[in-house]
Write a protein that binds this ligand. Structure first.
Ligand code: ADX
Length: 192
């Protein structure tokens, strides 16, 4: 394995499940291991690449297709791409999967009750009061992955534990190696 093998680590789950937190915990660890890393976060992407898109199924699917397109391009060039987006529709996620060589689906699987209790952004309260329409998990669907590569249960795992699970999975599949264990091509004597 070398650190120039790109992949797409796709974190899907409800708002407040911990996708961004885990992305931001995993990304620096991948960088420490020598990967070039890019994080594509739904909240951020919606302020630029996907500005103007709403939360209808059509707009969410467009959002996911655009993120998937960019993620795939980056991965082809050896970048370890970490995506954090609700991506509620299975079909949209599977389309990205089909277009990317190494697609690692990570279900950030906190129950909706936990997410609503956390309510970090105050959006669940508004959704439950009917002030936000089509809110995932409250008044809009979330289709759980049927066979995710990794499932994280953030209601009972620490961020550290979740991040470690991701790194362990990547190591087991030869997509990453602990820092210091990368193949150092400069150290290999040139063949004569
Ligand atoms: S996705 O469905 O298209 O994948 P994305 O991850 O980009 O969603 O954006 C979700 C973020 O938008 C949430 O974390 C939340 O802050 C905000 N948001 C605003 N309205 C909604 C809504 N109706 N449903 C879900 N998230 C919403």
């Amino acid at each position: 394995m070398n650190v120039d093998n790109g992949f797409v680590l796709w974190l899907t789950g409800l708002s407040g499940a911990g996708k961004s937190t885990i992305a931001n915990a995993v990304a620096p660890r991948l960088a420490e291991r020598g990967h070039r890393v890019e994080v594509l976060d739904g909240d951020e992407v919606r302020t630029n690449l996907c500005q103007g898109l709403g939360f209808s199924r059509e707009d969410r699917d467009t959002n996911i297709a655009r993120i998937g397109y960019v993620a795939g391009k980056l991965a082809k060039h050896g970048v370890a791409v970490v995506v954090a987006a609700i991506s509620p529709y299975r079909e949209a996620r599977d389309k990205v999967r089909a277009s990317v060589d190494d697609f690692v689906e990570v279900h950030v699987a906190a129950p909706v009750t936990t997410c609503a209790e956390r309510d970090v952004k105050g959006l669940y309260a508004k959704a439950l009061a009917g002030e936000i329409k089509n809110f995932t998990g409250v008044s809009d669907p979330y289709e759980e992955p049927l066979e995710p590569e990794i499932a994280l249960h953030t209601e009972r795992e620490s961020v550290e534990q979740s991040a470690e699970q991701v790194l362990a999975w990547l190591e087991a599949r030869g997509l990453s190696l602990p820092a210091g264990e990368q193949l150092d091509l400069d150290a290999v004597p040139a063949s004569r």
